[in-house]
Write a protein that binds this ligand. Structure first.
Ligand SMILES: Cc1cc2nc3c(=O)[nH]c(=O)nc-3n(C[C@H](O)[C@H](O)[C@H](O)COP(=O)(O)OP(=O)(O)OC[C@H]3O[C@@H](n4cnc5c(N)ncnc54)[C@H](O)[C@@H]3O)c2cc1C
Length: 475
């Protein structure tokens, strides 16, 4: 069986398949010189730098369970207790997100009424949410439309949009409610308003974790002591040595009866099953002739780019230190950065005690033109912005610029329909599976959940074809 793509999607599918059935002969083709895709970590002197993801959610539990299956649980660490929570920039200051505000729902009222993030008018409009009628139809809508409609423009601009942009690097006027905030959209349908949903959930004791968004909620995340690359190394080590083939770009896949011909670096190889685990742009190219509808829909899924400027700085060079894990920046602040993450506040072992490791996010869907700038210019931008926001002075002892081009798939309005067409078109082809963070969830946990499902379905289909060929033999 061939797996094409050695990022988290491909690797975890391969590992799940191997765990389920050790007799399956697997070959994983990765075009690059290392596995892991957008997940990578680097040690620079005493700084441990995650190039992409720096932690994962234990909800859903798929990623955490997988770590346990692989025997990696000893390497997992929880976020530090001090400084839990994030801030939002407002008129140049880093203000706390109201306690209990999770994504787009306030699970506590008082912090919303006292937050300096909103004006009195904005707070009154937010309070009115309880009396706004739910949408009549089941149509998908943009996150911005939903929030404007229910909670008003201020809550959108000053809280929800920067928080969503921090997760999806997205344009909230295009981001799909149904595929990125399905739980919230259903609450509106079920309870009539988010305020009523919160009242009911509180009575049932269901919001206990959410209500402490600066405390307990962070307990749901895990990182690796040695950086997220340990997840990749752990998965790769669970596979037999000969499985992973680096520097092996796949140029095309062709069905041949029930078999597949995979052309890798100009050489053809035959397989009984192929799992495609490459990013959307690469997938649409490989599927162009074999699954044209899926390919056409994949072409409609945009991907955003970002650059992460990493700075290792002395604590003495921060004139206005803020005890927080990070901050997000609303567009209305007219700054040139999307967000900042204090990696060494979040997890131990990221920097020497007297230094701070900061990751500054630039670009995304809304400020893509900034990514045309050189690395030196991006470092300068990050230093200037941090100078204004936290009083950063002096020379950083470590700098890195990590560019992720087209790495963040955008779940725009209508995404659910697109994914359905893609899944249906792929299902028409025997012995082909497709897994991607562009389909059913962008985070590490949903990707591993998908990998498990793909592995189970693949094993079932292999057994089925084995059974039917046995029958043919008997017949
Ligand atoms: C900057 C950033 C920060 C993130 N932070 C977090 C976080 O904190 N927490 C979290 O849960 N998630 C986070 N994510 C999301 C998560 O890391 C990704 O969704 C996930 O790692 C994607 O894995 P993938 O295998 O689908 O894609 P990729 O990592 O893109 O892997 C695809 C692989 O396919 C290979 N490939 C492409 N074409 C071919 C070909 N023709 N032949 C062979 N190989 C090919 C590529 O070289 C690559 O290795 C983040 C993502 C980014 C970009």
């Amino acid at each position: 069986m061939a797996i094409i793509g050695g990022g988290l999607s491909g690797l975890s599918t391969a590992a799940k398949l191997h765990r389920l059935d050790k007799s399956i002969q697997l070959v994983l083709y990765e075009s690059g010189h290392r596995v892991g895709g957008v997940i990578h970590s680097e040690q620079v002197d005493d700084f441990l730098i995650d190039h992409g993801a720096d932690m994962f959610s234990t909800q859903p539990s798929a990623a955490f369970d997988f770590c346990c299956e692989l025997g990696l649980e000893d390497q997992l660490i929880e976020p530090k207790l001090k400084g839990r929570g994030a801030r939002i920039v407002r008129t140049g200051q880093l203000l706390p997100i109201p306690e209990g505000f999770v994504l787009m729902r306030a699970t506590q009222l008082w912090p919303m009424l006292t937050t300096p993030l909103l004006t009195l008018k904005g707070k009154l409009r937010f309070l009115f949410e309880r009396w706004i009628a739910p949408a009549k139809d089941e149509q998908d809508e943009a996150v911005s439309t939903f929030v404007q409609r229910r909670m008003g423009q201020e809550v959108l601009d000053r809280i929800v949009a920067p928080l969503s942009a921090g997760i999806y690097t997205a344009d909230v006027t295009k981001l799909s409610m149904q595929t990125t905030m399905k739980g919230i959209a259903s609450m509106e349908k079920k309870y009539g308003s988010l305020a009523r949903a919160t009242t009911v959930r509180r009575r049932k004791g269901e919001d206990s974790v959410e209500r402490s968004s600066t405390g307990a909620r962070y307990g749901q995340f895990r990182a690796f002591r040695g950086g997220m690359v340990e997840l990749i190394n752990g998965i790769a080590q669970s596979l037999p040595d000969e499985v992973i083939q680096l520097n092996s770009p796949v140029d095309s896949i062709r069905p041949d009866g029930n078999q597949w011909t995979v052309s890798e670096s100009g050489n053809d190889h035959e397989f009984d099953h192929v799992v495609l685990a490459v990013p959307p742009k690469a997938a649409l190219h490989l599927l162009h002739h074999v699954a044209p509808r899926a390919s056409a829909e994949l072409a409609k899924i945009e991907s955003a780019s970002t650059a992460i400027v990493v700075l290792g700085v002395s604590t003495q060079d921060i004139q206005r230190p803020v005890e927080t894990f990070g901050f997000v920046v609303p567009l209305s602040e007219k700054r040139r950065i999307l967000a900042g993450s204090f990696a060494s506040h979040k997890f131990s072992g990221r920097s020497p005690e007297d230094h701070v490791l900061i990751r500054v996010f630039i670009g995304g869907a809304m400020q893509a033109d900034l990514l045309d700038k050189s690395d030196e210019e991006l470092i300068e931008i990050a230093r200037e912005e941090l100078g204004e926001l936290i009083g950063l002075t002096g020379e950083p002892v470590v700098t890195r610029v990590v560019r992720w081009n087209d790495a963040m798939p955008q779940y725009h309005v209508g995404h659910g329909d697109r994914v359905r067409i893609i899944d249906e078109d792929i299902a028409l082809l025997p012995n082909l599976s497709f897994i991607s963070n562009a389909l059913h969830g962008v985070g590490i946990a949903p990707v591993i959940k998908q990998a498990e499902q793909v592995a189970l379905e693949t094993i079932a289909s292999l057994q089925e074809s084995g059974d039917s060929s046995d029958n043919e033999g008997i017949g």
